[in-house]
Design a protein around this ligand. Structure first.
Ligand code: SF4
Length: 405
């Protein structure tokens, strides 16, 4: 296909594809899907080889958020029966983080629900970062605490945070349909604050909220402009008890097309498969490793992922390798903290939804107002509502049970 040859050439040169080309990737047929994966896989291998970076989520504070993000199981008015607890103590968080590191994670993502941290919250998280860094040599720490006020990014950086995650989630044009308590501009501002403070910016999206292909391309182009080091791609987990509970819009094939499009638009950036991987990609997860170079190990913020051991087996079986702490994530030309192993840090992100997780888990759902146009796919895909695959997290942080890592 001329389209794919063009996109590979551009990806290898780090050249921005046209919007039409990005849209064309989303419009490919199932017959063309393996060719799309193979083409985007060439770009992925050029910049990241066969390495897979593992990240581990620690939900520092779960539920009871005053914000109304429709996709999030922790939102105001959520009826989702998730774990609800206030700030973990530094040693509790460090213990959870250590389980992820022992399982192979290179980065720990500290996430807290809420609109944004108070200065006291920044103190707490700073203490937690200190405890984690002291007990886990070489680990990268990403904070995901919501909207940042002046000076907070600098304080987190000073406390040893390597990265900050705050997702754009969806296009500017539809942002008001999924959240009314803060704006798209608020989110952009926080990503810029993190960047300006020397934190590695991590910012991504949530697919499957009823958005159009144009919306998806819009948000990915906006992300490219913001230039984060990592882009988490969440696939909406339609949690019962949230407004988006009925939004089952994704098939494994569509998820693969979305990841390929993100890879072509952001060729040399850490593309991370975040929340919804198991629920929506299902048995196609290994193919997605040819597109993304990073995943979360184990569980998400409010939902359970597959066993950490299954993640590791999948990586090996698919012919990839877990990225070690002695390996640098980003290509040399991107420099920054990720440029040196010592600092390693960059990467990731998710605050994903802020809240929920990084992609985690946010829940999401339905309702987003104007999304009636929903994703138009080239083939008649009829997504199934796989509620049987959604399990609320009942282990790890905030419980007495061992974490999944
Ligand atoms: S995504 Fe973050 S800010 Fe929005 S409701 Fe969830 S926890 Fe709150």
């Amino acid at each position: 296909m001329d389209l794919l040859n063009t996109l590979v050439d551009k990806g290898l040169r780090r050249e921005l594809p046209s919007r039409e080309e990005a849209l064309a990737v989303l419009a490919t047929s199932d017959d063309e899907l393996l060719d799309v994966v193979a083409a985007a896989g060439k770009v992925r291998r050029q910049w990241f080889g066969r390495r897979v970076k593992l990240n581990y989520l620690v939900n520092l504070k779960s539920g009871l958020c005053p914000e109304d993000c429709s996709y999030c199981s922790q939102r105001l008015g959520s009826k989702a029966e998730i774990l609800k607890y206030t700030w973990l103590k530094p040693d509790e968080a460090s213990k959870a983080a250590a389980a992820g590191v022992a399982g192979g994670a290179k980065r720990v993502c500290l996430v807290a629900s809420g609109r944004g941290p108070t200065d006291r919250d920044v103190d707490r998280v700073s203490e937690t970062i200190g405890a984690i860094k002291e007990q886990n040599e070489g680990v990268e720490v990403c904070a995901c605490l919501g909207l940042l006020s002046e000076g907070q990014a600098e304080r987190l950086r000073g406390a040893g945070a390597d990265a900050y995650n705050h997702n754009l989630n969806t296009s500017e044009g539809t942002y008001g349909d999924i959240t009314t308590t803060h704006t798209y501009a608020d989110r952009v501002d926080t990503v810029q604050k993190a960047h300006a403070a020397g934190l590695s910016a991590c910012s991504g999206l949530i697919a499957g909220m009823g958005e159009s292909d144009e919306d998806l391309v819009d948000v990915v182009y906006s992300l490219r402009e913001l230039d984060p080091d990592s882009v988490p791609v969440n696939f909406l987990i339609p949690f019962e008890g949230t407004p988006l509970a009925k939004e089952w819009n994704l098939t494994p094939q569509r998820c693969l097309r979305i990841l390929a499009m993100v890879r072509f638009v952001c060729p040399d950036v850490e593309v991370r498969i975040a929340g919804g991987r198991e629920v929506h990609l299902r048995s196609m997860q290994p193919l997605a490793l040819h597109l993304a170079n990073s995943i979360f190990l184990g569980d998400y913020l409010t939902s359970e992922g597959q066993a950490g051991k299954a993640d590791l087996d999948m990586i090996t079986d698919a012919g990839f390798e877990v990225e070690g702490t002695d390996q640098v994530t980003l290509p040399e030309h991107r420099g920054g903290p990720c440029g040196s192993e010592a600092e390693a840090a960059c990467g990731s992100g998710a605050h994903a939804a802020c809240g929920s997780g990084a992609g985690s888990a946010c829940g999401s759902g339905g309702g987003c107002g104007s999304h009636e146009e929903a994703a138009k796919s080239p083939v008649a895909e009829v997504p199934e509502a796989r509620t049987d695959l959604v399990a609320v997290r009942r282990r790890g942080a905030g419980t007495d049970l061992a974490p999944n890592a």
